[in-house]
Design a protein around this ligand. Structure first.
Ligand code: ADP
Ligand code: MG
Length: 372
């Protein structure tokens, strides 16, 4: 069964005064799949290494399964924390075969050798590698090596699985297939999982819950849906996918969490060509009171093309790029005096250089009032 994780006020400083974690508190229920999302240098690996016991903590407390494993006085070593890890660089033993690498994770169990081998073979088959059991790491592709590492993490049946960007070194299509495999196998094992990534799409696809890290602080924890609909700050919104940002004037009082706004350009002459018309935006949570001005952060789902300038548009711009995405087209549209919106979806292709109307949908338009 999965272990509960409790992290209280965890801080960690490296020699030289680098503050990698600044008072992180987090509670993960047994069997949950938590993804920690943040840019490079935000403290993700440090947090995972503190959980694993590879790194000593500076201040605070970590408990796994109700047992304190790290505090100011205590430090339980990694091998006594009932957890397994999957790393970005696979970290397999080069002198052991795939089967031996997996069986190695069972070395501490009091099991007959034949039983260890049987379980390793079964787990390798589970990740689709039965045929490669006798291969050495240097005889396998990156994706195959990572599946061996996954089998090794799962075979021991630990209550906690930690993954540090396990898909980052793989090609896109392989990444997607292995992501599905991780999601299903880890949930079958019912282990609690902490998985770190800098990739927003990966985080949303995998997580029961996402925690967003910014410069060593946990700035939001929630389901992917909550974070997409109600990012706690412009940083979280930007890091979880935006089409772009619009400077706006707020036209009236906020009613029911919604305000009428007008996109106002930095450059009024250019802006006149954008032919702005009022639209509605949702006041971001913790947004405070709406002021006279602010910024609307636009999710890709919050903007679409409307045919020409047919009176339905809120803004007018010029298509600077179009990308075929299989299910339709994503456009980059330059709005005079505002900048560029990207990922603007439409079923049909608008040509580069074409003048188009943009319709802004309330659900994907988040108003952050000025001065915060
Ligand atoms: P992430 O995994 O999110 O990229 P890290 O946890 O690796 O972030 O790093 C967080 C911060 O701590 C960064 O500023 C990084 O440079 C610093 N850092 C990481 N490891 C060490 C170390 N061993 N010594 C000194 N500074 C470190
Ligand atoms: Mg890292």
């Amino acid at each position: 069964m999965g272990e509960r994780i409790e992290i209280e006020n965890l801080s960690k400083e490296y020699p030289g005064g680098v503050r990698a974690l600044a008072g992180v508190s987090l509670d993960v229920a047994p069997g949950r799949f938590l993804v920690l999302l943040g840019p490079s240098g935000s403290g993700k690996t440090t947090l995972l290494r503190c959980l694993a016991g590879i790194e000593r903590i500076g201040a605070g407390r970590i408990a796994i399964g109700g047992v304190t494993v790290a505090s100011r006085r205590e430090h339980v070593p990694p091998e006594r924390r009932d957890l397994s890890m999957v790393f970005q660089d696979y970290a397999l033993w080069p002198h052991l075969t795939a089967a031996e690498n997996v069986a190695f994770a069972l070395r501490r169990r009091r099991l007959p050798r034949a039983e260890r081998r049987r379980r390793a073979a079964q787990m390798l088959a589970g990740v689709g590698l039965a045929a490669l059991a006798g291969r050495y790491p240097n005889e396998m592709s990156g994706g195959e090596q990572q599946r061996v590492a996954l089998a090794r993490a799962l075979v021991a049946g630990t209550g906690l699985i930690l993954c540090d960007e396990p898909l980052s070194n793989l090609d896109a299509d392989l990444r997607e297939r292995l992501r599905v495999q991780i999601a299903t196998l880890v949930r079958e094992a019912a282990a609690t999982t902490v998985y770190i990534t800098h990739d927003q799409g990966e985080a949303f696809a995998l997580a029961d819950e996402v925690g967003v890290l910014e410069r060593g602080s946990l700035v939001q924890v929630g389901t992917p849906e909550e974070i997409y609909a109600a990012p706690a700050s412009p940083f979280v919104a930007r890091f979880t996918g935006l089409a772009g940002e619009l400077g706006v004037r707020v036209l009236g009082p906020v009613r029911g969490g919604v305000a009428r706004v007008l996109a106002t350009p930095d450059d009024p002459v250019a802006g006149a060509r954008a032919r702005a018309r009022p639209f509605t935006a949702r006041l971001a949570p913790r947004g405070g009171r709406a002021s006279a001005g602010g910024t609307v952060l636009v999710r890709p789902t919050g903007v679409r093309l409307c045919s020409g300038e047919d009176g339905e548009h809120h803004l007018v711009g010029t298509v600077s790029d179009v990308a075929f995405r299989g299910r339709g087209y994503e456009h980059a549209v330059d709005v005079p005096g505002q900048g560029r919106l990207t990922g603007v979806f439409d079923d049909s292709r608008a040509a580069r250089g074409q003048r188009v109307g943009l319709r802004l949908e309330q659900a994907g338009c988040l108003l952050f009032p000025a001065g915060r």
